[in-house]
Design a protein around this ligand. Structure first.
Ligand SMILES: CC(C)(COP(=O)(O)OP(=O)(O)OC[C@H]1O[C@@H](n2cnc3c(N)ncnc32)[C@H](O)[C@@H]1OP(=O)(O)O)[C@@H](O)C(=O)NCCC(=O)NCCS
Length: 181
């Protein structure tokens, strides 16, 4: 079980299909902030689509693959982290993150991803964790850097989103580079 107290008033815990209503409300309120970067912020539009999105992660988790976690601040869902890609065979996964705008700037995602890395590397034995972002997403890049990820290169125009083909930066962290927190 991957749950962790992040601060006095913030907790990282499983985000499950039964949270669909809460998740839909959270995405609705944060849509303008999230949708420039995250395609699912445009497709999760109500409780039903939120449940479908969370069920996909629940199914992957049941197979031992990806999973999604929420960050609750003072009991309110304000963001989360997920393993968008998980491949036990090759020991590689990709982590993703998001926060509501009013939760940005407090280190919540840095702490949450620290817990994800402890678990992925320390418990599940993953060798390599990827972080992918468009070059304009300076906050995402700053978080990757803060956590010790290394920029590897650019997948040119690899991300079609809202009518534009965006470049994608690939950052990675190797197990040998991660110090357990
Ligand atoms: C990407 C995103 C999650 C980053 O949020 P964030 O709050 O900047 O991330 P962190 O958890 O790393 O917090 C770092 C900030 O908290 C501050 N901070 C405070 N206490 C801290 C601590 N103990 N540890 C680390 N940072 C701390 C840092 O100084 C920094 O703020 P600053 O940039 O204003 O100096 C957020 O911008 C977001 O949700 N964006 C929209 C969705 C998105 O782009 N997702 C990623 C797609 S690739």
């Amino acid at each position: 079980m991957l749950t962790r107290t992040l601060t006095d008033n913030a907790e990282l815990a499983a985000l499950e299909p039964w949270h669909a209503n809460e998740f839909a409300t959270h995405v609705h309120n944060a849509r303008a902030h999230l949708s420039p970067w995250l395609p699912w912020a445009l497709t999760v539009v109500d409780t039903e689509t939120a449940a479908m999105f969370l069920q996909r992660y629940a199914d992957e988790q049941a197979k031992g693959n990806g999973r999604i976690l929420g960050i609750w601040l003072d009991g309110k869902l304000v963001g989360g982290t997920l393993f968008r890609v998980w491949d036990s065979r090759t020991g590689m996964c990709e982590v993703g993150v998001w926060l509501a705008p009013d939760a940005v700037g407090h280190g919540l995602v840095t702490k949450a991803v620290g817990a994800m890395l402890d678990w992925a590397i320390g418990v599940r034995g993953m060798s390599r964790v990827e972080w992918r972002t468009v070059p304009d997403n300076t906050r995402s890049i700053a978080t990757a850097q803060r956590l010790g990820f290394t920029r590897e290169g650019v997948l040119r125009q690899a991300f079609p989103h809202q009518g534009i083909r965006h470049d994608v930066e690939v950052w990675s962290l190797l197990a040998s580079e991660w110090r357990q927190s």
